[in-house]
Design a protein around this ligand. Sequence first.
Ligand code: XUL
Length: 516
Amino acid sequence: MFLGLDSSTQSLTAVLIDPDSGEIACQFSVNFGNDLPQYEASNGFIPGGANGEVHSNPAMWLEALDLLFSRLAAATDLSQVKMIAGSGQQHGSVYLDSSFDTRLAALDSGQNLVHQLAPAFTRQTSPIWMDTSTGEECAEITNTLGGSAEVCRRSGSIAIERFTGPQIRRFFKTDPDAYARTGRIHLVSSFIASVIAGKSVSIDYGDGAGMNLLNLATLAWDRDLLDATAPGLLEKLPSPAAATTVQGAVSGYFVGKYGLASACRCALFTGDNPASLVGMGATRPGNIVISLGTSDTFFAAMPGPKTDPNGFGHVFGNPAGGFMSLICFRNGSLAREALRDRLGLDWSAFERAALAGTREAAGTNLMLPFFGPEITPRRDFTGPVLQGSPAFESAAQPALQVRALLEGQFLNMRLHSQWMEVKTERIRLTGGASKNDGIAQLVADVFQAPVERLEVSNSAALGAALIAAAAGGHDLDALQQTFCQSSPDSALQPDSSLAPAYQDAMRRFAALLDAV
Ligand code: XUL
């Protein structure tokens, strides 16, 4: 058995797999808001942060880990687990003093994790990926390096507010004493991995690339980026390494308390997006994953560390080797729901409208589908921009607006992923809106590629379990074929007669974006 854990914004999830039978043996989740209400973080973060700050309590993550293992141990025999791997929400950071390693080495199964480890925190709260408070620090790092293009060339992304380097710099500037007392800075992923392994472990290339600190060409911490971020940072960071690196045996704490075997070993933990790439069976270039959620994300494997010259896309390590891109679009379901409400449609009408009766209008009317500020492209839109027939612009035919909104979202994705220069052979679609056949068909038509939908619900935790099995000697391609099958009858082929219309629409969409 191989165990994958995912520590996300709102929950901690475990997926246990048996590669020999090809089955998921069990899955459990701890929801921070429901299961640990004493932390008063109903959505997993501390509400009401000032100046764009969004923090979580790392003690809550420790308590969740004990709770999850107690649920797992009650339901299954954990002595069967050979290897554990995991993933975490990306970019979030945990600050610890020099007692962290000795505390880990001396963990007592008779007590809980929070009680024994929380005294090591030098910062009581952890900034997470939703934090936007570091605009000033991003500008400082960028200026020191000589511009955004240089930061992007080295680290795979321009300096980004939520990324860990700018967050570390802000901590250093606002609380230099606590920064000086910090002996170790971990990502959420490497923090949880360290607790499991009973010692401070490495940061993997997948999650490490989300820090604005890792040099993608050398896969080592970049001296100039470190110096631009905060003094003495190199000594505080764990070394970077590949996700499948085995770090050693599981901590005796978990053996004594939850019945894991002392021979159970730990691989590294990675970011939730790199783990999802694995869990969606998309680690080979040519596959892309589009996740339709509150925000939409687009991620895909890439053979080399090619970077986005416009700085919208990010490049992370691919746990299977090589690299991956990640592009986030803020106006995902946010925009789909805003238009649905504006037109007074219900969901089934939304789907029908997108499909029925408007096919002849494919690619004709254009909508820049931004109902609020967007990050790809990075612009302060206050509402959508429409260009097309009078019946479209006046909403006399609401279905035309629905079609144009969805087409606009997928044209925007296609346009802003061209820098990767990887031919799209297959799209794996996930997230709430992916179940909608009308929306899924539009993705196939706009990208002119087949679309598949997977039955996987916890793609990051499943990906982590597959990474654990790969670190334990199983073949990752074979594992993905077994565990990442598309749902029967969910595959959709593109309508090739629409290819010229969408090629032309993308050109006009780009021109409209430039013009407004
Ligand atoms: C990626 C990002 C989010 C988090 C969510 O850059 O910020 O997708 O990883 O957990």
